[in-house]
Design a protein around this ligand. Structure first.
Ligand SMILES: Cc1cc2nc3c(=O)[nH]c(=O)nc-3n(C[C@H](O)[C@H](O)[C@H](O)COP(=O)(O)O)c2cc1C
Length: 325
């Protein structure tokens, strides 16, 4: 085990260098707890916890603490362009997380400087999602403890470059790098560690587990899919989301129509186009989470290596087998 993997495990308190990434939909509290309990590291997606799974934020964190005594993290999406209400809500969730003893924040988008400052006062580690070298260097300089390298094989809003390119460009950055995207089985984990990553973040693999509350049809689609079944669409967030090719997602094509495409290209209008797309996309995801007949299914290119729906404990155990080699 490398020093950076050891550092990552110390930063999270996990036993296995695997993060169960924040997911909307997917991160129900039972899944987050099961991942941590199995020795990996569950991360809460606050909007999913509250709006989708119906928990009061503090009560949701307390539920996870009842289900496991192992540590878990919380994800904060900073969204520079979001309104005041959103920022107030995020501050409140952060305060509650601190009070409930959370020791790891995963931040996405925007500038995490203020969060890093608050986190350091409370002994909390901060890792930040990064799309490329430029952002990675800026985040390292902002004082984050590690970087989640979102690559183009991942599910959800996908990255813009390969896991290999991240490693070529950042191997000497001096803080743990996590490979987020395309990890489907133990061999994929082994390859990521051999490349120099301190650990991996997985989403798709954890969707196909007994503890995850997405529809059975969604889980089956992940198990049945091969890499070629994954398509990119900008219809949900303005940038590429990685989805399983279904009649629902192919309807009307994978790209936005001319008006939204125009707005996405204009700096002054982009924010409104993205807000519109995401509000529509969320409605579809809300349905797809629980209703077998709505096939808006986010998944990454690691699907080809996911062969069955299993318990989280069995998934983590199967990954552990390569760590002792
Ligand atoms: C269904 C789904 C929803 C996701 N939602 C979010 C989210 O709300 N916030 C976030 O930071 N990442 C989100 N992600 C990304 C995951 O946290 C993780 O980085 C990604 O799934 C890793 O790639 P993989 O799916 O190939 O394992 C989502 C991924 C999936 C598959």
């Amino acid at each position: 085990m490398t020093n950076l993997t050891q550092q990552f495990l110390a930063d999270t308190g996990a036993e296995v260098p695997i993060v169960c990434g924040p997911m909307y939909p997917g991160s129900n509290p039972e899944l987050v707890a099961a991942a941590s309990d199995a020795g990996a590291f569950g991360v809460v997606q606050p909007v999913a916890l509250t709006s989708l799974y119906g928990h009061d934020f503090r009560e949701g964190l307390q539920l996870i603490k009842k289900l496991t005594n192992k540590p878990f993290g919380v994800n904060f999406t900073i969204f520079g362009g979001a309104n005041k209400k959103y920022h107030e809500q995020m501050k409140e969730w952060m305060q509650i997380s601190i009070e409930e003893g959370v020791k790891f924040f995963l931040t996405s988008l925007g500038k995490p400087h203020e969060i890093v400052k608050i986190a350091k006062q409370h002994g909390i580690k901060v890792y930040h999602d990064v799309p490329n070298k430029k952002v990675a260097l800026a985040m390292r300089d902002a004082g984050v403890d590690g970087l989640n390298c979102i690559n183009w094989r991942g599910g959800g809003q996908t990255g813009i470059q390969s896991a290999e390119q991240f490693m070529e460009e950042l191997h000497d950055i001096g803080i743990p790098l996590i490979c987020a995207g395309g990890i489907g089985n133990a061999e994929d984990l082994q390859k990521a560690l051999a490349m120099g990553y301190a650990g991996v973040q997985m989403g798709t693999r954890f969707l196909a587990t007994l503890e995850c509350k997405v529809s059975e049809a969604y889980k089956k689609a992940i198990v049945d899919a091969v890499e070629a079944d994954i398509v990119w669409t900008n219809k949900i967030a303005g940038n590429n989301s990685s989805m399983i090719k279904t009649p629902d997602i192919m309807k009307g094509g994978l790209r936005t129509g001319p008006i939204i495409s125009y707005m996405l290209k204009k700096k002054s209008l982009k924010k409104y186009a993205r807000m519109y797309l995401m509000s529509q996309g969320l409605k579809k995801y809300n349905k797809a989470a629980f209703d077998d007949s709505v096939q808006w299914w986010q998944a990454g290119k690691g699907v080809g290596n996911i062969k069955s729906v299993e318990s989280v404990g069995d998934v983590v155990k199967s990954f552990q087998s390569v760590l002792s080699k």
